[in-house]
Design a protein around this ligand. Structure first.
Ligand code: ATP
Ligand code: LTN
Length: 329
């Protein structure tokens, strides 16, 4: 079975973009691949956080991931800081990553622009991400489009390491879903839907009140031309609704467009489809919230399974670099 790895940060609430662009594929991949899914709490620390905030968010995110359908009996679900090999390999990889490569990362540029305090961790973030992926001899990394640059950097770093120290890491490939790869903001459909978006009206949260979900979709920005057509450049708002409805119902947005002549029915059908997608997820979250210890126990099992793989790969990397091994016995 191929090995799949992906990560998600415990920052902000999970939105429809995360769900359609990433999490739904995690759920389907778990049955087709040996899948490792990681809540990357150390990545969340790259921007300042209040004490306790990241831990609370980690628990909440784990509940969402279980509720959307990750099955800890089938996949390995764990928390990054519970497997210390991630931090250790990240250091080794920082030392084979160039400043120039890191400077070219658009996520760094976006997240550092205009900020008073930019941490060194935000800059070296992609080396920790590369460590996450390479520790599991990963074949495939399911992510949204915005992460392709980080996966390419991971490959470059792995190749450089292999060239310098001998064959150590398997080279991973990004896999980006065709449907839902880029869910756009409902109020500004030229920007991706994001937790850090300015307008709450443009973002649909997985845990949001379902009445509010329907309202936001019905108020989504479209355009003044009446025709329903899938054309993201000329008609970003309408195309976004078509992609969302297509992604939820497993159809092509162009094909969905053929069913509609007016914006009104497109909006109500999209609203209904999203509400019905979210309803059972919200019910499962409510169940899980009643027993937080159970979620913590499942994460512990995941960390043990993850460590079994990660420790072997880290040892391989150290051996190939030729660090002095500890004396045994
Ligand atoms: P932020 O925008 O605040 O940085 P985010 O909303 O992009 O955060 P991440 O934690 O960075 O969330 O992303 C988790 C996963 O969801 C990634 O695989 C990412 O590619 C995917 N993703 C995020 N936003 C979207 C979107 N609008 N459409 C499709 N996929 C998305
Ligand atoms: N950078 C990613 C989160 C992330 C990740 C990973 C994704 C951290 N480590 C490893 C895939 C594989 C993001 O911002 N969405």
């Amino acid at each position: 079975m191929p090995r799949v790895f992906s990560g998600i940060q415990p920052t902000g609430d999970i939105h429809l973009g995360n769900l359609l662009g990433a999490l739904r594929n995690w759920v389907s991949d778990q049955h087709e691949a040996d899948s490792f899914y990681c809540i990357v709490d150390l990545h969340a620390l790259t921007v300042p956080k209040e004490p306790g905030e990241v831990g609370q968010r980690t628990l909440e995110l784990a509940q969402v991931l279980l509720a959307v359908g990750l099955d800890p009996e089938v996949c390995t679900l764990f928390v990054q800081s519970h497997v210390t090999e991630h931090s250790e390999l990240a250091w080794l990889l920082q030392c084979v990553t160039s400043m120039g490569e890191l400077r070219r990362m658009t996520q760094f540029k976006d997240k550092s622009e205009g900020k008073d305090f930019v941490s060194a961790g935000l800059f070296t973030y992609p080396a920790l991400q590369a460590a996450d992926i390479l520790l599991y001899d990963t074949d495939r990394v399911p992510v949204g489009e915005d992460q392709i640059q980080h996966i390419e950097l991971t490959r470059d770093v792995a190749e450089r390491f292999n060239h310098r120290y001998g064959e150590t890491f398997r080279l991973p490939a990004a896999s980006v879903p065709t449907a839902g790869a880029r869910v756009m903001d409902l109020q500004d459909p030229t920007r991706k839907m994001s937790k850090s978006s300015e307008s709450p009206a443009g973002t649909i949260l997985v845990t949001e009140d379902l009445g509010s979900v329907a309202k936001k979709i019905k108020r989504a920005v479209t355009d003044s031309e009446p025709e329903v057509r899938y054309d993201p450049a000329a008609k970003p708002g309408v195309s976004n609704l078509l992609s969302i409805l297509g992604a939820v119902t497993g159809r092509d947005p162009e094909e969905v467009a053929g069913d509609y002549e007016q914006y009104g029915p497109l909006k109500s059908d999209t609203a209904e489809a999203v509400v019905e997608l979210l309803r059972p997820i919200q019910e499962r979250i409510a169940e899980l919230q009643k027993d937080p210890e159970r979620t913590a126990a499942l994460l512990e099992v995941g960390a043990e399974k993850a460590r079994e793989v990660a420790s072997g790969v880290l040892e391989r990397a150290k051996r190939n670099i030729g660090l002095l091994p500890r004396a045994h016995g």
